[in-house]
Design a binder for this molecule. Sequence first.
Ligand code: SF4
Length: 234
Amino acid sequence: MTLAQLQKKIVRCTKCPRLVTYRKDVAVKKVRRFQNDDYWGKPVPSFGDPQARLLLIGLAPAAHGGNRTGRAFTGDRSGAWLYDALYQYGFANQPTSEHRGDGLQLHDCYIAQVLHCAPPANQPTREETLHCQPYLLQEWELLSRLQLIIPLGKIAFDACLRVCRELSYPLPNPLPRFTHGAFYPLDNGIVLLPSYHPSQQNTQTGRLTRDMFYHIFAQARAHLSSQSRMTQYT
Ligand code: SF4
């Protein structure tokens, strides 16, 4: 299966009854500011460069963001922070992401999510998270050049550790803990670099500042550049 085929399968998924009901309901009721929009209302596929070395993992589409536009981190405030940072560090061709036809392209970067459907109040159940995990695992395996993973938030970080176990990756002992900006190299050469999620809950309270977020992508860029130099001289 290719990444493109996997995304087509994800868009048809109905494994979580509560989320299926919620995402469709939101798409019908809408909010006043988007009353004229035609909501997506389906699982939101991952997207990006199939040759990416950097994998970003978000939590789930926002009810009136990705669930409306049909693309992850598109049309919401978290996306405004994320794509600005990706653009600043050369992983995206533009700093904004408003709708699926806006010309956005990712370079050396792929964006996946722990869940592909918007959960009520951004709170998925553990069962729903586990339902969606096989998709993340398959994406991980299909990204053959993968070197660096940025889980956005603790739920994404925990999902990473579960996928590592399922793939029998050797994990350090003691187990890595979710810490913004920590750099966890695994024995197979992949690095985990956790970041706070750029949700308004974090950005409006100052838990995540613009400088802190940029620093994550500066680390990512420096690491990938150093890996390129090593490849060049071996
Ligand atoms: S969250 Fe994932 S597993 Fe659940 S219905 Fe959506 S795509 Fe399917």
